[in-house]
Design a protein around this ligand. Structure first.
Ligand code: COA
Length: 274
């Protein structure tokens, strides 16, 4: 039973709370997914296997709600301060709001992403999210089985270098204090923000370029217009690009490159975490 306090803690809007309370989901599926989530808490697997994810994202949502007490208990056992636990879990409400903004209705298309927070390995520390994990693919200088910190950027305002510095500082202290048995020497990032063309063209003094240049590229970037268009325009629709706004320098850069036949890319990078 999710209480009014829980909905507040999880950052639900009134509309998303109301739709959650009246959604109808397969209870057996929810119980199965909740058991999967419980088994993952504290193990920090890098991502759920496809077959572990419910096909109906609302089943996932119900599973997240059902396992909230388990996750809160894990945070307390690890000595995670309550305000950090709350800020981290409010990502669920934020993703419901993002879904509503993108699709105009209740839903949780990014349900797979919330499994990171629900593993107990992801924390909202200052400006950024940090996920303690063992990378599935090789990272330069990282041995097999070694822990790394995967960095994520919620859409919560500008990425100013000073707040990013403070966030990394906080994260270094946080993980050394609460997860000392899983020391990480390296931070990783996989993002449209590391597209080499973006970093060369967004302006060297922009927050994006200054953030991206912290990371050393590795691996081969891959084409993914969808990711960049989603993060810049909040739409999954790639068919009607002419109708998208051209208000910011970045919006113009994104649209002009696609119009010229180019492809936006997602790329990997790493940096020292100590
Ligand atoms: C990453 C992010 C915080 C950077 O924002 P920022 O600090 O404002 O970025 P910059 O200052 O470097 O912006 C440079 C230009 O791009 C514009 N811009 C930056 N991010 C933008 C976005 N998501 N949508 C539209 N325009 C954007 C800025 O307005 C600025 O243009 P201007 O000079 O015309 O004002 C922002 O893009 C964002 O919130 N993205 C969504 C979350 C995300 O992408 N996470 C990573 C997922 S892998």
């Amino acid at each position: 039973m999710t209480t009014a306090d829980d909905f507040r803690l999880l950052g639900f809007t009134d509309a998303d709370r109301a739709d959650t309370e009246r959604m109808v989901v397969d209870e057996q599926e929810v119980a199965r997914f909740a058991a999967t989530l419980r088994a993952r808490i504290g193990t920090f697997p890098s991502a759920p296997r496809d077959e572990e994810m419910p096909t109906d994202p609302l089943v996932s949502l119900a599973g997240f709600l059902q396992t909230l007490p388990d996750l809160r208990r894990f945070h307390r056992e690890r000595g995670v301060p309550d305000e950090i636990s709350r800020a981290t879990l409010a990502d669920l409400g934020r993703h419901l709001a993002l879904h509503r903004r993108t699709h105009g209705e209740f839903g949780l298309e990014t349900h797979w992403w919330l499994t990171a927070a629900w593993s107990g390995g992801l924390y909202h520390l200052g400006r950024l999210h940090f996920l303690l994990q063992q990378p599935r693919e090789p990272v330069p200088g990282v041995e097999h089985g070694e822990w790394v910190i995967d960095v994520h950027i919620p859409e919560t305002g500008p990425l100013r270098p000073d707040v990013v510095d403070a966030s990394f500082e906080q994260a270094r202290r946080f993980f050394a204090t609460h997860f000392p048995e899983r020391p990480a020497r390296t931070a990783t990032l996989t993002s449209w923000l590391l597209d080499p063309y973006l970093l060369d063209n967004v302006g060297p003094e922009s927050n994006i370029a200054r953030f991206g240049r912290r990371f050393t590229p590795y691996g081969t970037p891959w084409d993914d217009n969808g990711s960049t268009v989603y993060f810049v325009f909040s739409t999954r629709d790639l068919d009607d690009l002419d109708r998208l706004p051209r208000n910011t320098a970045l919006q113009r850069l994104v649209l002009d490159r696609i119009a010229a036949g180019g492809h936006w890319q997602v790329a990997h990078g790493y940096m020292p975490f100590r």
